[in-house]
Design a protein around this ligand. Structure first.
Ligand SMILES: *Cc1c(COP(=O)(O)O)cnc(C)c1O
Ligand SMILES: [Zn+2]
Length: 413
């Protein structure tokens, strides 16, 4: 095999080539993609990457896609925004937003992981793809499968936001609403994947899927001028994204694209589903699964597949994890929108609220370069804001009526 990557067991080191495999046959540890970084290093440089189109494929050598792979989907390369007004509000002097609320094509960071997983699904010969999803993954799989001409089976918990269900079904995917939480949905998909020759992006294609999250880290570093930040704050569900952002930073250092710099990695969860944040806070040696109960459905995974890895990454980096109550999540969404004009979903509310706590507690120093990962779009979770915003006036269409009530109107600035 001429490829620069293959599946490897982290525990025993055994290699498995490439295929739709998830666990080591010997020790049942999760498989991870290992890259030949010496070869990667000889093929890429800052200027080579900068000369390419502004999407995730500019980092192709760091992704598990076949040599010569050409995508027609310009996913990623979302804006990295300076956030001085939010920074002033929560106590940071150098705050940045990585804004995946604007990710193409379905407005969440899941577009990145799906693009990589589907590239491999085709290479492995799957004509049917699917996923177990808390919503955003469903949207991304449905949209990208439609564009690639693949059939898609999407499994979601039956209590999802309407926008996320409609935003999957519209692409012609078969959406199945399962009575039960995400962890039940995920178990069902694992059983289906054993029986049918389907590529489930986050089940039997999970090692490939997870690597797609590295592109968030590559972009942050490049957009800071090929420099690593001091801190990143990342919302956690299954725990893959946070682990892979850390992996991306370390690969950039290993290949000489950025100077070494210790980056502290911070995780954020909703208090009503905080198995990883709870374990970090308690100094636990394992993750205790939890029954989710939170308005933040995108992060409602009670038994996170990469939870242990996420916890290790956070600890090793000198970071921490925090959690936010439902009212704090809503307040975080509003603060982000009112200060920076960015409408993030409930997961963004979690991230902003937890970042505020970490700054107040001094775990993140105010003068550090700190990046918050805004991972999804608020238009998909307007349900969370119903009743939370001031009541809106209805007015007779006359100047007189307007002038009469002018004093009662309020504008935040
Ligand atoms: C899935 C998701 C996450 C968490 O990703 P994991 O890799 O599962 O930890 C964060 N934010 C949003 C909006 C998501 O949809
Ligand atoms: Zn093994």
């Amino acid at each position: 095999m001429s490829e620069l990557f293959q599946l490897r067991c982290e525990q025993c080191g055994r290699s498995f080539g490439n295929g739709p495999l998830v666990l080591c046959e010997d020790c049942f540890a999760p498989l991870e993609i290992a890259f030949d970084l010496t070869a990667v290093r000889s093929q890429v440089s800052r200027s080579v990457i900068e000369s390419r189109p502004r999407d995730i494929w500019r980092y192709a050598e760091f992704l598990p896609v076949a040599e010569g792979f050409r995508s027609t989907l310009p996913v990623g390369f979302t804006p990295l925004l300076q956030a001085p007004r939010l920074g002033a509000g929560i106590g940071s002097q150098d705050l940045w937003l990585k804004n995946d609320a604007a990710c193409f094509p379905t407005l969440s960071f899941k577009d990145r992981v799906v693009a990589v997983a589907l590239a491999q699904a085709r290479a492995f010969g799957f004509e049917v793809v699917g996923c177990a999803s808390t919503g955003n993954l469903a949207n991304a799989v449905a949209a990208q499968a439609a564009r690639l001409g693949l059939a898609a089976w999407i499994f979601v918990p039956s209590d999802l936001e309407a926008a996320k269900v409609i935003g999957s079904a519209v692409y012609g995917a078969q959406v199945i609403q399962v009575e039960g939480n995400y962890d039940r949905v995920n178990r069902l998909c694992a059983e289906i994947a054993d029986l049918h020759p389907w590529g489930f992006v986050n089940v039997n294609l999970r090692p490939y899927y997870a690597e797609g999250s590295k592109t968030v880290g590559f972009e942050i570093a490049e957009q800071l001028g090929w420099r690593l930040p001091d801190n990143v704050v990342v919302p956690m569900a299954g725990g893959a994204q946070i682990s892979k952002i850390a992996k991306a930073f370390s690969e950039l250092v290993t290949t000489g694209l950025v100077e070494p710099r210790p980056v502290r990695v911070f995780g954020a969860q909703a208090l009503g589903c905080s198995p990883i944040a709870g374990a970090v806070a308690q100094g636990a040696s394992e993750i205790t699964p939890q029954l989710p109960s939170t308005i933040c459905r995108s992060l409602a995974i009670g038994n996170p597949a990469d939870g242990y890895r996420a916890m290790e990454v956070i600890r090793k980096s000198g970071g921490w994890a925090g959690s936010a109550t439902d009212p704090e999540i809503v307040a975080g969404m509003r603060l982000l929108a009112e200060t920076e004009g960015v409408f993030g979903e409930t997961a963004a509310g979690v991230t902003v609220a937890v970042a505020g706590q970490l700054l107040r507690e001094g775990r993140i120093p105010a003068g550090d370069t700190t990046v918050l990962c805004i991972t999804g779009n608020g238009l998909k979770t307007t349900d969370a804001l119903v009743g939370a915003l001031p009541e809106l006036p209805v007015l007779a269409p006359s100047l007189e009526a307007f002038e009469q009530r002018l004093g009662a109107f309020e504008v935040s600035r």
